[in-house]
Design a binder for this molecule. Structure first.
Ligand SMILES: Cc1ncc(C[n+]2csc(CCOP(=O)(O)OP(=O)(O)O)c2C)c(N)n1
Length: 641
């Protein structure tokens, strides 16, 4: 409908969008109302569910323009991280389910190949899109088909090594490849490093505002003409669309992407819908790799999100009017971690802290504020972070390498090749060790025991509560023999207040909390509480139940385990980790070596990728409850539950 009336169409007049075809059927002048409706729905829905509000408010126009011009599922959109794909979901048949996002049995918060044919590639970790999309483009070229492959990557994705490894290969491997650099200057927190400065230099070039108009005029001029007619003009734009249109010198010494064999276009306003549409019309006909640099605002259209982009990157429920989130009274493990390490560092100038783009999530913003000269944010660069920590350790410093358990997976080679073989005392602090909950399989920290257990000499631990956690951090700070790791869960624990002064713990020594002769329950870390609850239930059945807090995953307290294995009829282990190669496995392994036949039943996550959802629902579904543990123990004892 090209409205004859002078008033632009309102969102109330829009038909429902159930597919990209419905979007394409709208008239151009209906699109601003669509953008407004998407924004309103996101703001209202995520106030109830939580989620990645800021990033998605920033890509509303981009997502509309992409679906207007390209044809998914034939054309492929590859989103980096894919936390900014909510709008894409809404436009591809999932609008009616957007209120279920990140909820148990609802939509996943990232792209999932199994969720929709429009999600051609799954993600959750950063820096994967460029390589994966290049593989798709190369595959397409081999097959001889003609679909478009479009990457959407944020500016922080360009702080990731894999993105650059892919850039290094693009020109050699395909001629038809579209990259959208969605530049909002933010990672989760403010983006860091030379790349961020470089993008900023382009975007803040004084000529940019007028360049934008010239770019629009340029696109206007070339769109619609045959490619061969454009070729000459495009050749002229060796420094990109805007630069060509303006005849301005490049704002920096060179446009880096051109050196990688891309034709660089931009920067353009990523909220200018008509310009985006025209630009994509133009880009889709190009026969060389192209990179479109768009400038967007994270949190666009919602004042609280614009004022605090870090907070609104991803958050829980919030008050729509004020943007306030409910804060919990009990401090989280991340907060306790950061407070403790910052305090230790005040008395020990050797302590340094490293984060890979997560100062807020890890709590390290406190360290940054109080000891900025010993704080390092290296960007989304976990491999580099681990190596950098190794280098610091060689200088006699005491690095606290603070990376979520799931993201530490990136640094595995460095843990073996650099840290462990050289016995460098890097303190690995693995936040979100355990089920992450609503973020789902890409973010659950369920593998770190399995991947660290085989590394010779490495020490790994988990505390039963916050007080013991601080003792462990203190023990780590004072440990110099080699790499040492701690895993701790998302959120808070029992609320046990840390004592005034932490104490050193003996490495490899478990805590025997209660003696017993029928069953021994060994509850690791955050699962200790569940073991306690199971103990009560088993005692109610007349059983004598021992309770052990193992503290150390490696080295395992084999003496305590052997003693109890000889005394009781059944051992039960509890861990917030996959059972395969987990903590319980190490107990079984040891008993087998020691030829002690006491049966071990294990409570932990199954050998499958656990879906997203709230932790209690997922624990119930997968049998991580005191009741399920009791049933397993009774079965092993030959008694019915
Ligand atoms: C390997 C890895 N490390 C850290 C993260 C946590 N993380 C999620 S999104 C994000 C920032 C993404 O910023 P950008 O790519 O610029 O997108 P924006 O949200 O600004 O649109 C980070 C650090 C991650 N997903 N993957």
């Amino acid at each position: 409908m090209t409205s004859a009336s002078s008033n632009p169409p309102t969102s109330a007049e829009l038909p429902q969008i159930k597919s990209p075809a419905d979007l394409k059927a709208l008239s151009l002048d209906q699109l601003p109302a669509l953008a407004e409706k998407i924004r309103r729905d996101l703001i209202e829905t995520l106030a109830e569910t939580g989620g990645h509000l800021g990033p998605n408010l920033g890509v509303v126009e981009l997502s509309i323009a992409m679906h207007r011009v390209f044809d998914t599922p034939k054309d492929k959109f590859v989103f980096d991280v894919a936390h900014q794909a909510y709008v894409h979901k809404m436009l591809t048949g999932r609008w009616d389910k957007i209120h279920t996002i990140r909820q148990f049995e609802g939509l996943n918060g990232f792209c999932l190949r199994s969720e929709s044919e429009h999600d051609c590639y799954g993600a959750g970790h950063a820096g994967t899109a460029m390589s994966a999309a290049l593989g798709m483009a190369a595959g397409r070229d081999l097959k001889g088909t003609d679909e478009n492959v479009v990457v959407v990557a944020g500016d922080a994705a360009f702080t990731c090594g894999p993105t650059f490894e892919a850039l290094n290969n693009v020109a050699a491997h395909t001629k038809k490849f579209i990259v959208v650099l969605n530049d909002n200057e933010w990672s989760i927190d403010k983006n860091v490093g030379a790349i961020a400065k470089y993008f900023n230099a382009i975007a803040t070039n004084p000529a940019y505002a007028s360049l934008h108009q010239k770019a629009a005029a340029f696109v206007e001029k070339v769109v619609g003409k045959a490619v061969r007619h454009m070729a000459g003009k495009v050749e002229e734009s060796a420094k990109g669309l805007v630069l060509a249109a303006s005849k301005q010198p490049a704002p920096t010494s060179s446009v880096i992407f051109e050196e990688f064999g891309f034709r660089y276009y931009g920067p353009i306003d990523g909220h200018d819908l008509p310009l985006l549409i025209k630009t994509f019309e133009f880009l889709k006909n190009q026969t060389e790799p192209v990179l479109l640099h768009i400038i967007t605002e994270k949190g666009r259209g919602y004042k609280p999100a614009l004022e605090d982009p870090g907070k609104f990157h991803g958050l829980g429920k919030y008050n729509i009017e004020t943007g306030e989130v409910q804060s919990t009274a009990t401090p989280t493990y991340s907060q306790i971690f950061a407070r403790s390490v910052t305090d230790f560092a005040k008395d020990d100038e050797k302590i340094v802290a490293i984060t890979a783009a997560m100062p807020g999530g890890t709590g390290l913003s406190v360290f940054k504020k109080e000891l900025p000269e010993r704080y390092y944010d290296v960007g989304i660069a976990e491999e580099h972070a681990a190596l950098f920590a190794c280098g610091l350790a060689t200088q006699g410093l005491r690095p606290f390498l603070t990376i979520y358990s799931t993201f530490m997976q990136r640094a595995y080679d460095m843990i073996i090749h650099d840290m462990a073989i050289q016995s460098l005392p890097v303190r690995m602090c693995m936040d979100r060790g355990g089920l992450s909950g609503d973020d789902g399989p890409t973010h659950h920290g369920l593998f770190d025991i399995a991947y660290l257990r085989p590394v010779p000499g490495l020490v790994h631990m988990q505390a039963k509560d916050e007080d013991e956690f601080v003792d462990m951090l203190w023990t780590m700070a004072n440990y110099e023999k080699g790499p040492i790791a701690i895993r701790y869960p998302r959120g808070s624990g029992t609320g046990a207040k840390p004592k005034e002064k932490p104490v050193l713990l003996e490495i490899g020594k478990a805590e025997i909390v209660a003696d017993g002769t029928d069953v021994a329950l060994i509850g690791l870390g955050s699962m200790f509480e569940m073991a306690e609850a199971a103990k009560k239930q088993l005692e109610a059945q007349g059983l004598s139940v021992a309770l052990i807090n193992p503290r150390w995953i490696k080295p395992l307290d084999t003496a305590v385990i052997e003693t109890f294995a000889r005394k009781v009829t059944v051992i039960c282990t509890f861990e917030d980790h996959v059972l395969h190669n987990g903590f319980g496995c190490s107990v079984m392994e040891h008993l087998n070596e020691a030829r002690i036949p006491t049966p071990v039943v294990r409570v932990g996550w199954p050998d499958e990728f656990v879906e997203h959802g709230n932790v209690p629902a997922l624990r119930k579904k997968h049998g991580l409850t005191a009741e399920a543990a009791v049933a397993k123990v009774l079965t092993a004892l030959g008694r019915s539950a």
